[in-house]
Design a protein around this ligand. Structure first.
Ligand code: PEP
Ligand code: MG
Length: 312
């Protein structure tokens, strides 16, 4: 099954002028990876490794992790696979990383902060990933979740490189990281924007809370302006700025995100075909025109309407 899946031809994501925008998949398990290949993913843009261990009471061993990461990577020979270090906390608590009660877990010891406080768990995961990198032909990229600034970026990149990982970056999910985009891009090999949390923190609206769900809209120009800061910094640094939040699965927003500087888009595999079709209708200049229109709006609804009014 592995060999068969990896030989299915994939149509590359591209704009109408041929500019490539690799379309990648968000996955939560090796099995999801196989499905993603079948739905035309060009690689994986977000492997949520914490999903593997949501029921674990104790930290996973290096050997257990290495086996699972190797299984996923084996489905993507020659392809990019972006693996996220354990993102524990708030909506994704892990018993072995989040033990203390917190009033506001979304603002607590989570993501990279939790890993840094339990550094051996982070070292074990990066060691397992290095083993998987060596055991397969996939192009492994590793990133940290919930990174606040350039200092945390340097901490993670240094650790990953010291353990032999080739490509190490960070997720942009906290507004402070986007505001420091130039320093962050100088330190990291790449950035991947998690629009779910970036929206939550920009709008100060809990993504789990129905009463403020209307704020959780990545079309909000405030979110788009932060994406642009990251896109601009990526262009200056000559480094990739991907999107791996749900925003990338909205075909109209995907075009705007590319216009803001996104170089790859990662999404739920079911959305790949629609996003690929929409991207193929615009050239880079048209994508930028839609992005500019959205940036000038005052509300999420206004940005959506302004981008649509630009037309193809
Ligand atoms: C995000 O925050 O946009 C993201 C991709 O990570 P998660 O949804 O797993 O928090
Ligand atoms: Mg997130």
């Amino acid at each position: 099954a592995r060999a068969a899946a990896s030989t299915i031809p994939v149509v590359d994501g591209a704009l109408s002028d041929g500019t490539k925008i690799p379309l990648l998949a968000n996955v939560g398990s090796p099995k999801d990876g196989l499905e993603a290949v079948e739905l035309g993913a060009e690689g994986v843009g977000l492997f949520r490794t914490e999903f593997l261990f949501l029921d674990s009471k104790t930290a996973p061993t290096v050997a257990d992790q290495q086996a699972r990461y190797t299984e996923l990577l084996s489905f993507f020979p020659g392809k990019k696979v972006v693996v996220r270090a354990l993102d524990a906390g708030a909506d994704k608590p892990l018993a072995f990383l989040n033990s203390a009660h917190e009033e506001n877990p979304a603002l607590g010891l989570r993501g990279l902060r939790a890993l840094r406080a339990s550094e051996q768990i982070l070292l074990d995961q990066l060691t397992a990933l290095k083993g998987a990198q060596d055991a397969t032909e996939a192009d492994l990229w590793v990133m940290a979740p919930m990174v606040a600034d350039a200092e945390e970026t340097r901490y993670f990149v240094k650790l990953g490189k010291a353990l032999g990982l080739k490509t190490v970056g960070v997720m942009a999910e906290i507004p402070s990281l986007a505001l420091m985009a130039d320093q962050v891009l100088a330190a990291a090999d790449f950035v991947s924007i998690g629009t779910n949390d970036l929206t939550q923190y920009t709008m100060a609206a809990d993504r789990m809370l129905g009463s403020v769900a209307s704020y959780q809209d990545p079309w909000h120009p405030a979110v788009l302006r932060l994406v642009k800061m990251l896109g601009d910094a990526g262009a200056v640094a000559g480094k990739g700025v991907g999107i791996c939040g749900e925003a990338a699965a909205d075909p109209q927003l995907a075009v705007v995100l590319v216009g803001l500087g996104a170089t790859t888009l990662s999404m739920t595999p079911a959305a790949l075909a629609d996003v690929r079709a929409e991207l193929a209708t615009v050239n880079p200049e048209q994508a930028r025109a839609r992005a500019d229109a959205a940036l000038g709006a005052s509300t999420a609804a206004g940005a959506r309407a302004a981008a649509a009014a630009v037309g193809p």
